[in-house]
Design a binder for this molecule. Sequence first.
Ligand SMILES: NC(=O)C1=CN([C@@H]2O[C@H](COP(=O)(O)OP(=O)(O)OC[C@H]3O[C@@H](n4cnc5c(N)ncnc54)[C@H](OP(=O)(O)O)[C@@H]3O)[C@@H](O)[C@H]2O)C=CC1
Ligand SMILES: Nc1nc2c(c(=O)[nH]1)N=C([C@H](O)[C@@H](O)CO)CN2
Length: 235
Amino acid sequence: MTAPILITGGAQRIGLALTEHFVAQAQPVIMTYRTRHACIDELEAQGVTCIQCDFDKPDSVSELVNRVTPITPSLRAVIHNASSWDCEASCDDYANLFDRMMHIHAKVPYLLNMALSPLLQSSEDITDIIHLTDYVVETGSPKHIAYAASKAALDNLTKSFSAKFAPSIKVNSIAPSLIIFNEHDDDAYKAKTLKKSLMGIEPGCREIINSVELLLSSNYITGRTLAVDGGRHLK
Ligand SMILES: NC(=O)C1=CN([C@@H]2O[C@H](COP(=O)(O)OP(=O)(O)OC[C@H]3O[C@@H](n4cnc5c(N)ncnc54)[C@H](OP(=O)(O)O)[C@@H]3O)[C@@H](O)[C@H]2O)C=CC1
Ligand SMILES: Nc1nc2c(c(=O)[nH]1)N=C([C@H](O)[C@@H](O)CO)CN2
């Protein structure tokens, strides 16, 4: 029996692309969703274990762990994808913004890694934890200050957990810049954003799928960051 991969935030965009990729590979998936998007019914019909989970709610992490533990003796990987890209301009309670960013991007992955590591370690093979961070871990972001700081915290968790769990579990970050635009992004924003990288394209979810597969296929890469950013650092 192939151990499942747990993906948080698997009901749209990159998380959904990852979920659908593994389904197509006959790799069992457990995924969490906050909002019951239209895709959930089909994913459940395809055998994906879809667990409703709003990490902003108290006890959500322990409830998720208590849902996962009885359904599988082990996990192949945990992919921390769930995220909220919030900016200071859209809020007036900076303390709440900071707390929410740190919660979803650092505290939730920290607590899940601590609680789920036994399931990862019970596998006979090397297993993986993957943190979806962000290019702005390197630079900060004047418009997403709390978001960037929280992703930097997640990046640091990669370093600590890779040392704590080696050699049974590899722990790595994937640090994207633009992968896919949001529906509300206007043409001016898109043109400005495309100019920020050397490649100048909206690459799409396949870039993250390829990066995840690279990390899963390695028996040696750990404690590192895969920068998936189109050469933005050299622009
Ligand atoms: N898209 C891009 O170009 C880039 C993405 N990244 C990173 O890659 C990852 C995927 O990006 P993308 O697909 O755009 O992500 P989204 O912004 O689409 O968010 C992913 C999911 O996170 C879930 N989520 C948010 N907050 C919570 C919460 N409190 N509890 C539970 N689930 C929550 C949402 O669930 P629901 O929809 O069910 O409410 C959503 O489906 C993220 O970590 C992101 O920071 C980094 C750089 C660029
Ligand atoms: N949770 C999310 N994080 C990020 C998103 C997103 O849509 N959801 N988008 C970006 C941008 O694409 C940025 O990398 C380029 O402007 C960053 N993080």
